[in-house]
Design a protein around this ligand. Structure first.
Ligand code: DX5
Ligand code: ZN
Length: 221
């Protein structure tokens, strides 16, 4: 049985009550916190940095924090996020001059390392760095905003990524990010994903527990 993980993206949370929102979504059954970092340079939006990650830890959040860097460059901020309590740090290959070095840096800082692929970015680099990757994240929207529509071509790409991961025999999570909802999570899982980011689909509902339970029910079918 696949160990599915649900990772609510706090991009759609109420930032004025962030600690409470994260507590609520975790007690509603979420497995980890997806933390979207944007710089108004690599993507056209601006969000949160290591101080907010650290604040969540100080608030008492113990669940894994999955930091998704949509910033360029990445190396300077990686140690700061590790210090701030990140567990996973993922970045886009286009945002690093030296992908292998950045992955190594994440691991040297004690975190799990991941590569993120935009909808039109091929998976090619993966085969050269497979042994340095703990997570592959496929974007199913163009990065920058919550609440966008799932791009259907991601399903084929997920199958491609799943085959590469299985062929490697390594313990690598396959995460998908963007437009994941109760009504498509099953198809996304069938295509090979085991970790599901969902922002608006969870934070946009009144009852987080009910939404997460509905997602798990779809996954259990
Ligand atoms: C988009 C972010 C996502 C976003 C997902 O750039 O990386 O994590 O918050 O939001 P939804 O689930 O609403 O598409
Ligand atoms: Zn994200």
């Amino acid at each position: 049985m696949t160990d599915y993980k649900i990772a609510p993206s706090i991009l759609s949370a109420d930032f004025a009550r962030l600690g409470e929102e994260v507590d609520n979504v975790l007690s509603a059954g979420a497995d980890m916190v997806h933390f979207d970092v944007m710089d108004n340079h690599y993507v056209p939006n601006l969000t949160i940095g290591p101080l907010v990650c650290e604040a969540l830890r100080k608030h008492g959040v113990t669940a894994p924090i999955d930091v998704h860097l949509m910033i360029k460059p990445v190396d300077r901020i990686i140690p700061d996020f590790a210090e701030a309590g990140a567990n996973y740090i993922t970045f886009h290959p286009e945002a690093s001059e030296h992908v292998d070095r950045s992955l190594q840096l994440v691991r040297d800082c004690g975190c799990k390392a991941g590569l993120v692929f935009n909808p039109a970015t091929p998976l090619d680099v993966l085969k050269y760095v497979m042994e340095k990757v703990d997570m592959v994240l496929l974007m199913s929207v163009n990065p920058g905003f919550g609440g966008q529509k799932f791009i259907p071509g991601t399903l084929d790409k997920l199958r491609e990524a799943r085959a590469l991961i299985d062929a490697s025999g390594r313990d690598i999570r396959l995460e998908v990010d963007g437009g994941v909802k109760v009504d498509n999570i099953r198809a996304v899982a069938e295509a090979g994903a085991d970790t599901f980011v969902a922002g608006s689909a969870i934070f946009g509902t009144d009852d987080y527990r009910k939404t997460i339970e509905s997602m798990r029910a779809e996954l259990a079918q």
